[in-house]
Design a protein around this ligand. Structure first.
Ligand code: C2E
Ligand code: MG
Ligand code: MG
Length: 588
């Protein structure tokens, strides 16, 4: 027995011939060669059933047979088994060209011509089995590869539809789910959840803690089983969308939003740490006209600005967002289009009535939108970081205005101009150095420029802010705390900050003549400022009574409509020239 025959000795071979002598002959031959699994069949009609029971590796098939001939049987097998039809070697006596072609067409692998040449028979059988083995090995490998690819495709499909960290469904799934529910006319509330404070947690404890917090929070929200949650998904790392299949009503929105806020804002224990994430929630309700993308967008538009709050979508929010976008775009060209200018509001010496300086206040006049209040456009400029460019422009304008006034002798050498500085400006690494260089270049004394910063701005990054301000103060610029009393008022930071001026906020001044509490607070601030040798400025003085009280308390400077609103340069310079000593407020 040859090595190759050994390899195939267990191959299942079926010999089909109506002549039992031929069957016998072939079986003997094959058995002698070492094949152990051979079956002979003289009734061709039973072959199909045998193949069904046990599919042979090879059929040696006679052509001319009663009942069903070889070709018909081959055709039948092909029909039933298709590509899985066992290999067939056709046994023939004389065969014409047409029959040969037909057999090949039906998938016959080879022919054996009677009378059989033994060596040839064995060789052809081996060849066919070997070819079959190769084909089936290849098929096996192809099948394996196909199943691996299918598995991986499925994995990738899942991955492409979920957030890699929390494993929550992603945007695509969120939108598809809303769309599906919408098609079924389901009532749906969409909650847009903005998570806050994660960046601080990351900076403080490391970003793995942020990741842990996100995973823990996703678990917590999903466990709110009392809510009709359809899906919690990730819109972006710190923005999630929760879909609830429920009646669209204010009370439902409120109940669910409160639950979400409570779950997220409760202290979170992560190993040895307790961290605190905050959240804001915007809500939109389904309606026939709103598609999935709109539902999410509306919920996002509804996000309140304050942490711990929720808000439902309404048209006013939409128009205010639209206006913000329009202004944001328009602001981009405001400097180039010459739409900005400064007004100057005098600060009056309480003792003498002299104008000791001015605060430069920015104004924006847009050809289409008209005059836009700084209360409206400064926050927009801050949000898109355009404030640094605008702030630079304000400083340049203020410096050149002061140079001009000094040149014309309109103001004395002690006259100051104050500019408001936003936190984004202080966060620029070179802010202090650049400003000092600019002042040196201008030839102005450093004390002529005052920088008004608010307490809340300072709190954003105290360390960097303090560095910059110390640098500026050391060079001689004056630092003023604006809106004092409205931010995270803390005496502690007054010790570390190089403050020269405190501007008491209008909210304390406006009621002080009728509210003893405000009066006491203002008086305390003035006393304290004197102790630290800060100059005090009272903002928003409108009433003579307020002025009198501030005078009595020893406040240094007054800024307010009682004396002058923010003014254009010529008008302001007139008031500098005349002073206020002769006005009723002083002479009374
Ligand atoms: P602020 O720095 O506290 O400026 C004082 C604001 O109070 C000014 O409002 C001024 O017009 C107003 N005001 C002054 N006296 C009175 C008064 O007696 N009664 C009342 N009711 N209001 C008075 P304005 O000009 O609308 O500016 C608002 C805020 O916009 C400023 O508050 C400041 O925070 C910001 N801002 C203005 N210009 C700039 C700027 O160039 N850069 C930056 N970053 N912020 C600016
Ligand atoms: Mg100010
Ligand atoms: Mg102020």
């Amino acid at each position: 027995m040859t090595d190759l025959s050994k390899l195939f000795s267990s191959a299942d071979i079926l010999v089909v011939d109506d002549n039992p002598v031929n069957v016998e002959l072939l079986i003997d031959l094959l058995e002698d060669e070492g094949y152990s699994c051979i079956e002979g069949m003289t009734d061709a009609l039973k072959v199909e059933a045998r193949v069904h029971n046990k599919r042979p590796d090879l059929i040696l098939l006679d052509i001319r047979m009663p009942g069903i001939n070889g070709l018909e049987l081959l055709e039948l097998l092909n029909r039933t088994w298709g590509e899985e039809t066992p290999a067939v070697i056709v046994l023939t006596a004389q065969i014409d060209e047409a029959t040969r072609h037909q057999a090949l067409q039906l998938g016959a692998q080879d022919f054996l011509t009677k009378p059989f040449n033994h060596i040839e028979v064995l060789q052809r059988i081996r060849n066919t089995l070997q070819l079959q083995r190769l084909l089936s090995d290849r098929q096996e490998k192809t099948n394996l590869l196909e199943s691996l690819v299918a598995e991986r495709t499925q994995e990738l499909r899942i991955l492409s539809r979920q957030d890699s960290l929390t494993k929550l469904p992603n945007r695509q799934v969120i939108l598809e789910t809303i769309e599906q529910l919408r098609r079924k006319n389901c009532d749906l509330l969409t909650f847009f959840i903005a998570l806050e404070g994660l960046d601080e947690i990351g900076r403080l404890h490391g970003y793995e803690v942020t990741d842990q917090a996100l995973c823990a929070l996703s678990g917590k929200v999903q466990q709110l089983t009392q809510l009709p949650i359809r899906l919690l998904g990730v819109w972006s790392t710190e923005q999630w969308v929760l879909l609830c299949e429920t009646e669209v009503s204010e009370s439902q929105a409120e109940r669910i939003a409160q639950c979400i806020l409570e779950a997220i804002q409760a202290p979170l224990s992560l190993q040895l740490l307790s961290v605190h994430v905050r959240a804001r929630v915007g809500v939109s309700g389904s309606s026939a006209q709103r598609n999935a993308e709109q539902m999410v967008r509306m919920a996002a538009v509804a996000l309140p600005t304050q942490d711990g709050q929720w808000q439902g979508y309404n048209q006013v929010l939409e128009s205010s967002l639209l206006r913000k976008n329009q202004l944001s775009d328009a602001l981009y060209n405001a400097i180039d289009n010459n739409e900005l200018h400064l007004l100057y509001q005098p600060k009056i010496d309480v003792r003498t009535g002299a104008v000791r300086g001015v605060e430069a206040l920015l104004r924006w006049n847009h050809p289409e939108y008209g005059r836009i209040s700084p209360m409206e456009f400064i926050p927009i400029a801050e949000a898109n970081c355009y404030i640094t460019t605008i702030g630079q422009w304000v400083i340049d304008e203020a410096i050149s205005a002061l140079l001009r006034w000094r040149e014309h002798g309109a103001v004395d050498e002690y006259f100051t101009v104050a500019v408001n500085v936003a936190s984004a400006q202080l966060m620029q690494a070179h802010f202090a150095d650049d400003l000092i260089a600019k002042m040196q270049q201008s030839g102005l004394p450093m004390h002529a420029l005052e920088l008004e910063v608010t307490e809340s701005d300072l709190m954003q990054d105290m360390q960097l802010a303090v560095q910059q301000l110390q640098c500026l103060a050391a060079a001689g610029l004056r630092i003023a705390i604006d809106d004092f009393g409205t931010g995270y008022s803390s005496l502690a930071y007054l010790k570390v900050l190089p403050v020269a001026v405190i501007k008491i906020d209008r909210t304390f001044i406006s009621e002080m003549h009728v509210n003893t509490q405000d009066q006491r607070l203002t008086s305390t601030v003035i006393d304290m400022a004197r102790h630290f040798q800060f100059t005090t400025v009272a903002e928003g003085v409108e009433e003579p009574e307020q002025f009198k009280l501030l005078q009595a308390m020893g406040c240094d400077l007054i800024q307010g409509f009682l004396f002058a609103p923010p003014l254009a340069e010529p008008m302001m310079l007139q008031l500098v020239a005349s002073g206020f000593a002769e006005t009723p407020a002083f002479s009374a």
